[in-house]
Design a protein. Structure first.
Ligand code: UGA
Length: 360
């Protein structure tokens, strides 16, 4: 049954990349209250103090404060997650803790309080594609239909346990099953979202400035550009990804929040199948935008680096992931449109404004 639009939304992980964009959008729409929870607030700094935004600094493992926040809200969006591939193989236990064990109490608290849960999972639950295992040049491999990932029919193909990379996907995938089972057996109202490489301002961090370690590919490339080093292409940059603007993905999230009749009990892929590129192509495009913005050629170019050298032992890559977005299109009326070049043309100037001083 359709419910009224939620008036108070609790965003767990409000200080992260997606969380900061979701809070900004919910506040811009007006007419509702947003309670944001995170340990970090840098990305939402400009929003602190805005009417309707209540930011609370605590760990989602704090059951008392979590329960109190859930009690105040109509819907909960859970974005709290360790979601950086460089950590999956080096800090596997923390990855499983964050994406499964620490998330289960959130699911149970929503169940007990009878509040809707919109949970961010990941496209990584699909693992590798079936076609990727077929022989090169075979008809099965060449058929585009065998690359597309659908919420209700595609298998989930994770690598062996010695490849710790898959800890994250295994943890997220098991949590999806916990959520669904809580729905079927105990009446939890839920929606699961699977992001396919959202891009935009505020993604990740600049190592040594506002974070440590290895961020995801966009920030790795931007760091290399800023510091005038070759862009690292892991295994030659032949893996493929589809990229979608974070603002468009947030729009889908708001539609999910506002249309419980269409979204409850559903899993949605959120990505843009029209924006499929190899990582080498992403590098070439971002260099072009950088050169246009700076008005100077970028001489360092790219360098190829083996995955094991870049990420360490236990890494294995997703080969290709193209989302089927028919469900989001038909049930939510959502259609992603922005091209990769257009997204990069917005991200590069933002990054230079934000971090330009750090290079000097
Ligand atoms: C990650 C997360 O695991 C997903 O959960 C998340 O949904 C996804 O990002 C996302 O942004 O939506 P992944 O795409 O593998 O997945 O992460 P990236 O670090 O962005 O890597 C993309 C590709 O670029 C990989 O093939 C990686 O090997 C390559 N890469 C990364 C480079 O070639 N150079 C770099 O400097 C960094």
């Amino acid at each position: 049954m359709a419910e009224p639009r939620p008036r108070t939304v609790l965003v767990l992980g409000a200080g992260g990349f997606i969380g900061s964009h979701l809070v900004e959008r919910l506040l811009a729409d007006g007419g509702r209250r947003v309670v944001g929870v995170d340990l970090e607030s840098r990305k939402v700094e400009p929003l602190l103090g805005r009417p309707g935004f209540d930011f609370r600094r605590f760990d989602v493992g704090d059951a008392g404060r979590l329960g109190a926040a859930i009690a105040e809200c109509d819907a909960v969006v859970n974005l709290a997650s360790l979601c950086n591939p460089s950590l999956y193989n080096t800090r596997a236990l923390e990855t499983i803790e964050s994406n499964l064990l620490a998330a289960i109490p959130v699911v149970r608290a929503c169940r007990d309080a009878r509040k809707r849960l919109v949970h961010f999972s990941t496209c990584e639950v699909y693992g590798r594609t079936l076609a990727g295992f077929a022989p090169e040049g075979s008809a099965f491999r060449e058929d585009p239909a065998n690359w597309v990932l659908s919420e209700e029919s595609s298998p989930m193909l994770l690598g062996p346990i010695a490849k710790e990379r898959w800890c994250y996907a295994a943890a997220k995938g098991l949590l999806e099953r916990v959520i669904r089972a809580e729905g079927r057996e105990n009446g939890l109202r839920w929606t699961i979202l699977r992001p396919f490489n959202f891009l935009g301002p505020r993604m990740d961090f600049l190592p040594g400035v506002d974070g440590e370690g290895l961020p995801r590919v966009l920030a790795c490339f931007l760091e290399a550009l800023l510091r005038r080093r070759p862009l690292p292409l892991v295994d030659g940059g032949r893996a493929r990804r589809t990229f979608v603007a974070v603002e468009e993905a947030v729009d889908a999230t708001v539609r999910v929040l506002d249309r419980s009749d269409a979204a409850d009990g559903r899993v949605f892929n959120l990505g843009n199948p029209a924006n499929e590129h190899t990582i080498a192509d992403l590098a070439a495009r971002i260099v072009r935008v950088w050169e246009r913005e700076t008005g100077a050629p970028f001489a360092p170019g790219v360098r190829e680096v083996p995955a094991e050298e870049f990420y360490g032992e236990g890494y294995e890559d997703s080969d290709r992931r193209v989302p089927d977005v028919a469900l989001a299109r038909t049930l939510l009326g959502w259609e992603p449109r922005e091209t990769l070049d257009s997204i990069l043309a917005r991200v590069v100037p933002w990054f230079r404004r934000e971090y330009g001083g750090a290079a000097r």
